[in-house]
Design a protein around this ligand. Structure first.
Ligand SMILES: *Cc1c(COP(=O)(O)O)cnc(C)c1O
Length: 232
């Protein structure tokens, strides 16, 4: 059996190899270990192996884990799931990052609810790049208007873009990643500090890195298959 520590070391090694191939622009890609549905003991195994950035999808689960692990002050929590307005406070009070911002109303609530003794919540705008009707995220045309709103909110700091392409053939995923790289460059012309691009999961992170991903979100590759019972 492979342990979490072994899978992490192998992921670090593969990412480093990939980044070496791609050159210095890829050198700082950040691995976010997606721990949704996984117990705190798994997070601590990853922590012991050196991992500091963790991603969670459910506001309540995020809040509980942050509370239980509050003594580990180096942990950095990324909220990456769909966010309803009645759950914004949990995220505003617990996370360092929110990758899934896609509405003005949510932005305003997160900003208002961000505790004043915490640094601004770093946010990424989620783009529905495959234009799936069922998916969260904004259209490419909506990026600059939402960016403008976020930039004006004191509790938020605009950091970049995030996407989850539709599961499809490699060619279509590649087209989606290429579009995101272009959109990220356009955003940076207006907001030079919005340099982050969160894309790539266990099955497609190598491809995402090739198109400029600065954060890749790995769940299964680190923690193994998930059991969703808890959330059904
Ligand atoms: C679950 C999830 C991941 C991790 O997915 P894996 O395929 O297990 O790596 C990454 N990003 C988001 C937004 C997720 O919901």
């Amino acid at each position: 059996m492979t342990t979490i520590a072994e899978r992490l070391q192998s992921a670090y090694r593969q990412i480093a190899e990939e980044c070496t191939k791609l050159g210095p622009s890829a050198a700082n890609a950040q691995l976010i270990a997606v721990s949704k549905t996984k117990p705190v003991s798994d997070i601590l195994s990853a922590y012991a192996a050196g991992q500091r950035h963790f991603g969670e999808n459910y506001p309540q689960e995020l809040a509980e884990k942050v509370q239980q692990l509050s003594q580990y002050t180096e942990l950095c929590w990324h909220f990456i799931g769909p966010l309803q307005s009645n759950k914004t406070r949990l995220v505003a009070e617990a996370a360092s990052w929110c990758h899934s911002l896609d509405r003005v109303k949510i932005a305003e609530r997160l900003s208002a609810q961000r505790p004043t003794n915490m640094p601004a919540l770093k946010v990424l705008l989620q783009v529905n790049i495959s234009q799936e009707s069922s998916k969260a995220g904004i259209t490419p045309e909506a990026i600059l208007p939402l960016a403008k709103t976020v930039d004006a909110l004191p509790g938020l700091e605009l950091k970049g873009l995030m996407t989850i392409p539709a599961p499809s053939a490699q060619q279509q995923v590649e087209t989606a990643f290429a579009s995101m790289q272009q959109l990220s460059k356009e955003l940076q012309q207006h907001y030079p500090k919005a340099t982050e691009l969160s894309m790539g999961m266990s099955d497609d992170w190598q491809l995402a890195l090739r198109y400029g991903a600065t954060m890749i979100r790995l769940g299964t590759a680190i923690f193994g298959a998930r059991n969703y019972e808890r959330h059904e």
